[in-house]
Design a protein around this ligand. Structure first.
Ligand SMILES: *[C@@H]1O[C@H](CO)[C@@H](O)[C@H](O)[C@H]1NC(C)=O
Ligand SMILES: *[C@@H]1O[C@H](CO)[C@@H](O)[C@H](O)[C@H]1NC(C)=O
Ligand SMILES: *[C@@H]1O[C@H](CO)[C@@H](O)[C@H](O)[C@H]1NC(C)=O
Ligand SMILES: *[C@@H]1O[C@H](CO)[C@@H](O)[C@H](O)[C@H]1NC(C)=O
Ligand SMILES: *[C@@H]1O[C@H](CO)[C@@H](O)[C@H](O)[C@H]1NC(C)=O
Ligand SMILES: *[C@@H]1O[C@H](CO)[C@@H](O)[C@H](O)[C@H]1NC(C)=O
Length: 416
């Protein structure tokens, strides 16, 4: 039995064989996000360019391709993998896990859109991302990092978010079986591409954040898709773990789902505290209390569970976080929201952050790390952003609210 399968069997039995720690997402690289790289969108001079779909639709092809290629070449390089690895080895040493142990090393989650693999006719996406995915696999392998390939955008959009590639008011992926089949075909393509490299790419997330809150039809399609994209469900055995997303349902909704008879399934849940009027109005101690409150449901969940996105940011102040041209709930500039506070000094460059705010961010970061390790690991969103230091792992390391060694906690009892 391969080591992976043995570890997974233990995990399925609820035995935490080897602690699994994660680090960071490479957001905004192979899928553009207006808030992560606003300059790319501003430079188009066209306010209707709000996502990667319109980036291709409303521009001359050669111009758009040149900008994307420049971005792919520069936004993430091998130096970033080196810095990420350097921010993780302390963790491994602290736990004295031998480096050859399969799950001992740190993971990087890499979002990519379906259009990197197959663009349908009439779809204005520009491709070329695959070469960079391959580079990322090599860079991860060189640094003993593990890569989670995360399909962030599906045909028709699974959530309508700009980060699915195509912003729209209501997603259409789930209402057209051709979309779903195309997505599943791409997952099979990815798996066959990376299966022999499972030591570097042990996990595939077949779909990021399907909008389960849109109702039963969406949820039914999502559940069937989790079954159908399960890599072991074929004549060829795969070593790849399937990381399914909770579709914004409570963890109890997924009790018993793909537990019996399925090795190698893990659950991904994303925890943010700024996308509702109630949470964005929390004071510091309320944010920390809420973070700590997730511990028991994570610890009790029957599949492996990763908090695959979360952040030490506590507001939605980052420019265009809610979409290009859209304001923030925190300062009342988002339609229907009420003013909580001024966004100045909450996002942007950390040189403008007060020491009180940075101390809070350290506490909030530690509260989340402590809590999410009650599950099976965490992956912060995101490694870098042009001008939203509250969100980035890089700025956290630089300005001190993230320790270089992530086990080096200043507030180890913060959730007690
Ligand atoms: C989707 O795939 C399933 C299984 O291969 C097949 O039976 C079905 O006809 C396909 N649907 C469409 C619309 O392509
Ligand atoms: C379903 O989606 C495919 C693209 O994935 C498209 O070609 C087709 O026209 C869509 N069908 C309907 C009924 O919308
Ligand atoms: C295997 O995949 C088929 C469709 O391809 C699906 O209907 C079935 O539920 C899956 N079986 C399991 C055990 O996951
Ligand atoms: C935070 O809000 C809670 C609930 O309203 C309140 O009890 C607490 O005193 C507040 N803490 C601070 C430091 O303002
Ligand atoms: C926030 O404060 C700045 C000055 O520090 C001011 O220019 C801006 O108008 C304020 N914004 C809101 C929404 O009150
Ligand atoms: C923030 O400002 C400092 C000092 O001016 C500068 O060195 C740094 O590059 C800025 N950070 C970002 C993300 O622009």
């Amino acid at each position: 039995m391969p080591l992976l399968n043995r570890l997974l069997s233990l995990a399925v039995l609820g035995v935490s064989a080897v602690p699994s720690y994660e680090v960071v997402n490479l957001g905004g690289w192979l899928v553009l996000e207006p808030w992560i790289t606003p300059s790319i969108f501003e430079n188009t001079g066209n306010d209707d360019i709000v996502d990667e779909w319109t980036f291709g639709e409303y521009q001359d092809y050669d111009t758009a391709l040149a900008v994307l290629q420049d971005h792919w070449n520069s936004w993430i390089t091998e130096d970033d993998f080196e810095a990420i690895a350097a921010a993780g080895y302390g963790l491994i040493n602290a736990h004295q896990i031998p480096s050859e142990t399969f799950y001992s090393l740190n993971h990087v989650r890499l979002p990519i859109g379906y259009w990197a693999f197959a663009v349908g006719s009439g779809e204005p996406y520009i491709t070329g991302q695959l070469d960079y995915l391959k580079k990322a696999i090599t860079w991860a392998s060189n640094r003993n990092l593990k890569l989670i390939i995360d399909l962030h955008g599906a045909p028709g959009s699974q959530n309508g978010f700009d980060n699915s590639g195509h912003r729209m008011s209501y997603p259409t992926w789930q209402s057209n079986q051709t979309n779903v089949n195309r997505t599943n075909d791409i997952i099979k393509t990815i798996i066959s591409m990376v299966d022999s490299e499972y030591k570097t790419v042990p996990i595939i997330a077949p779909l990021n954040e399907p909008a389960g809150y849109d109702g039963d039809q969406m949820l039914a399609v999502v559940k069937q898709y989790w079954y159908d994209s399960y890599p072991y469900n074929s004549s060829t055995q795969s070593n790849t773990v399937e990381l399914i997303h909770d579709a914004f349902q409570s963890l109890s909704y997924w009790d018993d789902f793909m537990v019996d008879g399925y090795d190698g399934v893990a659950m991904d849940t994303h925890i943010y505290q700024m996308f509702s009027d109630e949470e964005v109005a929390y004071n510091y101690s309320q944010h920390i209390t809420e973070a700590c409150s997730y511990g028991s449901s994570l610890a009790d969940f029957d599949l492996w569970i990763f908090v695959g996105e979360w952040t030490p940011a506590s507001t939605d102040c980052a420019k265009w976080l809610n979409g290009r041209g859209t304001g923030a709930r925190y300062d009342g500039t988002y339609s229907g929201s009420t003013f909580v506070g001024n966004c100045t000094g909450k996002t942007g460059n950390a040189t403008s952050f007060s020491s009180d705010y940075k101390t809070f961010m350290r506490k909030y970061w530690e509260a989340q790390v402590i809590t999410y390790e009650k599950g099976d690991g965490w992956i912060q969103w995101t490694w870098k952003a042009e001008n939203a230091d509250d969100w980035t792992y890089q700025a956290g390391l630089k300005y001190g609210w993230i320790p270089q060694d992530p086990t080096d906690l200043e507030y180890p009892d913060i959730c007690d």
